[in-house]
Design a protein around this ligand. Structure first.
Ligand code: FES
Length: 173
């Protein structure tokens, strides 16, 4: 049995050629766009970045506010963001680094800023109050304790990282 070669018609040849060229052009245009769109997802991210904040010798038993700057990458936008923490040493000589963000509606709290409550953190927005441990004073607007920063001490310097929930209970006031 003889095999007859089917010649490719001019119409078929044009169809194949145009489909191939069109597909190649579409892929060439779409590939960079897709790569650009998912680029932040492909970036390697580190779990917890620690930032040097203050020499440990400066930390006392009185809460002090320390600020530091982090370079924040939000998708394609990079900016310097200032962060703050209220830091002190507790009665066991352990470092406590509290977030200044009120757990009611997010205003900034300050230590001993209200003369009526000299041993508490005070939020001026709605008179929220917290004990030194960060625990919220009952019957004031906040309904949770101030968050804590993860910390580590390296070469005599306090480094702060992610914010974690403060699980201090009553009695830790
Ligand atoms: S935001 Fe702090 S008490 Fe309301």
């Amino acid at each position: 049995m003889s095999e007859k070669k089917q010649p490719v018609s001019r119409r078929q040849f044009l169809n194949y050629s145009l489909t191939g060229v069109g597909g190649f052009m579409a892929a060439s245009m779409l590939a960079p766009m897709v790569r650009f769109a998912i680029d932040p997802v492909l970036e390697a991210t580190s779990g917890s970045e620690m930032h040097a904040v203050v020499d440990v010798s400066e930390i006392t038993t009185e809460p002090q506010r320390f600020d530091w700057t982090v370079n924040q990458v939000d998708a394609w936008y990079t900016s310097d963001v200032t962060k703050s923490a209220w830091v002190y040493k507790d009665e066991n000589d352990e470092i406590v680094a509290l977030s200044p963000t009120c757990k009611h509606l997010g205003c900034a709290v300050s230590w001993a800023s209200n003369p009526d409550y000299p041993e508490e953190f005070f939020c001026p927005c709605h008179e929220g109050r917290y004990y030194k441990s960060g625990l919220n004073v009952p019957d004031t607007p906040p309904n949770a304790a101030l968050d804590l920063f993860e910390y580590e001490v390296k070469d005599g310097t306090l480094h702060l990282g992610n914010i974690v929930e403060n699980t201090v209970q009553e009695g830790g006031a």
